[in-house]
Design a protein around this ligand. Structure first.
Ligand code: NDP
Length: 320
């Protein structure tokens, strides 16, 4: 099969097209012929070695397609069904393996591309607004990078729960997308904390959803109301340096959490509940999924370069 392989950690140039043996499903596994693979920021952390993985590896964890074989112990009735997963063992490929209990059947009315695009960022947006901080009707919340893959979904989920979303975005085009997703106000990054105070009558927001990290961290803390919570869920601008927890007390008994999806989809029941909510909303149109760009598998390098250079909006897909 054709796949993208990483043989050494580094920039996007280490993403090389390779011809690899087709994977064979082991006990409890499915072999999926992928119709679309999701590109996620975490793939760039794996590529760089920020989150180390043994070399060589096929990057990517998200995708959707048809089950073409099942390993021992798996009901063979699944063969021929379409599934999506955020736990594929190497998604930048024509075929990938996944544990059967980490794959979710796709509804008939949802195409493979939307299925692939929805899983990782959709389930993340779901746990961020329900579990990391439970958004309440009437809350003001700040969502950074609101035109990104995560940002557009978070803005829609938080708005649907009755929040007033204040967003950041770097260009007028991105600001317009954030507004379309439901943001009531869209700010640039310069001086955003002061602007958030002005927009909230001096009080600050109940929660900040920050996937940008290093460059926004201080401003995010300064945007919170008394006893507000900073949900730091990523680091697209780089990791946040070491930090003195006493700052949380001084700034108003704030909370800080640094969640990751793995711990919010631990059981099959939790996975199916979150994925089910996301896929149902995408299928009925109440959650709009913007596929910002599709790239042929061989152009994975260009996808990473675009993502890391802030040239993208919404979800990026690789098409094998
Ligand atoms: P995005 O589509 O959001 O792309 C990143 C965006 O971040 C850019 O478009 C840009 O938007 C903004 N940004 C701000 N500063 C920088 C910078 N210095 N370099 C690059 N981008 C910058 O990516 P994703 O939706 O895939 O991921 C967003 C974040 O969410 C990532 O940090 C990712 O790791 C995290 N994440 C965390 C999960 C979890 O469970 N914890 C799960 C999924 C994602 P703009 O130009 O408007 O500033």
């Amino acid at each position: 099969m054709k796949a993208i392989e990483v043989n050494s950690h580094g920039g996007a140039e280490v993403l090389a097209l390779a011809e690899l043996a087709d994977p064979v499903p082991g006990a409890g596994q499915l072999l999926v012929r992928l119709a679309a693979c999701g590109v996620n920021y975490i793939d760039t952390y794996h590529r760089r070695g920020l989150y180390p993985r043994p070399l060589p590896f096929v990057p990517g964890t998200e995708g959707a397609g048809e089950v073409v074989a099942a390993g021992a112990g798996v009901d063979p009735a699944i063969v021929g069904r379409r599934v999506a997963s955020a736990d594929l063992a190497g998604a930048y490929a024509e075929f990938s393996l996944v544990n059967a209990d980490r794959a979710v059947p796709l509804p008939d009315d949802l195409g493979d591309e939307l299925g692939a695009a929805a899983m990782l960022q959709g389930m993340t947006a779901h746990y961020l607004v329900h579990d990391s901080y439970r958004v309440q009707p009437g809350d003001s919340v700040l969502v950074h990078a609101a035109a990104g893959g995560m940002g557009l979904l978070l803005t829609q989920y938080a708005t649907a729960l009755g929040a007033r979303v204040i967003a950041t975005a770097s260009t007028p085009e991105k600001a317009e997308l954030a507004r379309t997703a439901g943001a009531a106000e869209v700010l640039g990054y310069d001086g955003f904390a002061d602007a958030v105070r002005d927009l909230t009558g001096g009080e600050g927001v109940a929660a900040v959803y920050d996937g940008v990290g290093r460059s926004t961290f201080d401003g995010s803390l300064a945007s919170l109301r008394r006893r507000g919570i900073l949900v730091l869920y990523g680091q697209s601008s780089g990791p946040v340096p070491p930090f003195d927890p006493a700052r949380l007390a001084a700034a108003g008994s704030l909370s800080l959490t640094r969640p990751t999806l793995t711990h919010f989809v631990v059981t099959a029941d939790e996975l199916n509940r979150r994925a089910g909510d996301v896929l149902r909303r995408v299928a009925d149109g109440s959650l709009s999924l913007r596929i910002g760009a599709r790239y042929p598998l061989a152009e994975a390098r260009r996808a990473h370069e675009d993502l890391e250079n802030r040239r993208t909006t919404g979800k990026l897909l690789l098409i094998p």
